[in-house]
Design a protein around this ligand. Sequence first.
Ligand code: CDP
Length: 219
Amino acid sequence: MIYITIDGPAGSGKSSVSRELAKKLGFKHLDTGALYRAATFLWIKSRKELASQEFLKMVKSANFYLSGDSTLYMNGKPLGEEIRTVKVGKVVSKVAEVPEIREIITQKAREIANGKRIVVEGRDIGTVVLPSACVKIFLTASVDERAHRRYEDYKSRGVSVRFEEVVKEIELRDKIDSTREVAPLKPAKDAIIFSTDGFTFEEVVSKLYSLIVEKMKQC
Ligand code: CDP
């Protein structure tokens, strides 16, 4: 097994960069944000209290599965647009703040990654979920660049949203994610910190790919 972790704040480009790197390396790819988003989707649908036993049981019993092409399934269905709505984006950090939910999702992420050659992305992968990972990357960018990226992403998916709303979403999530008590967003001590400001997507992927290949020789 070889674990590569990519952590970073909202809109840093983690998902597209991680997916492309996994493809180039011939590795699987797991987006742990999708696990938190899926739990949030369940919560919104269930109308249960956030930290209630009923809701925790529901998350615990959810069955996540990563297919051969790294599509993530929940309870037999591929996760799609339903977890990427503005509504889910607005409350996901609140859900991810609950320690009991983090514990369940961390366990599920470890089970999915176990024994694989895999790129795992999130907020606490290098620090908490897979601290023994071979290569750890912390991807970052300015709020403005990240908000633009997220805005374009919403637009391309036909989601109607104002730019100011996106800036607010990013800032609020940064604040909650970096200040929460359990597993806050921060680089692992041995992480490579990489700012994407001023680089194109292709440049980021190419630079990180070289760094990873070099670092993997020492694993
Ligand atoms: O929107 P973006 O792709 O940047 O975020 P995401 O990766 O989909 O994650 C959504 C939210 O889930 C984050 O803002 C965090 O609150 C939470 N999360 C977390 O707490 N820990 C992780 N390992 C991954 C996501």
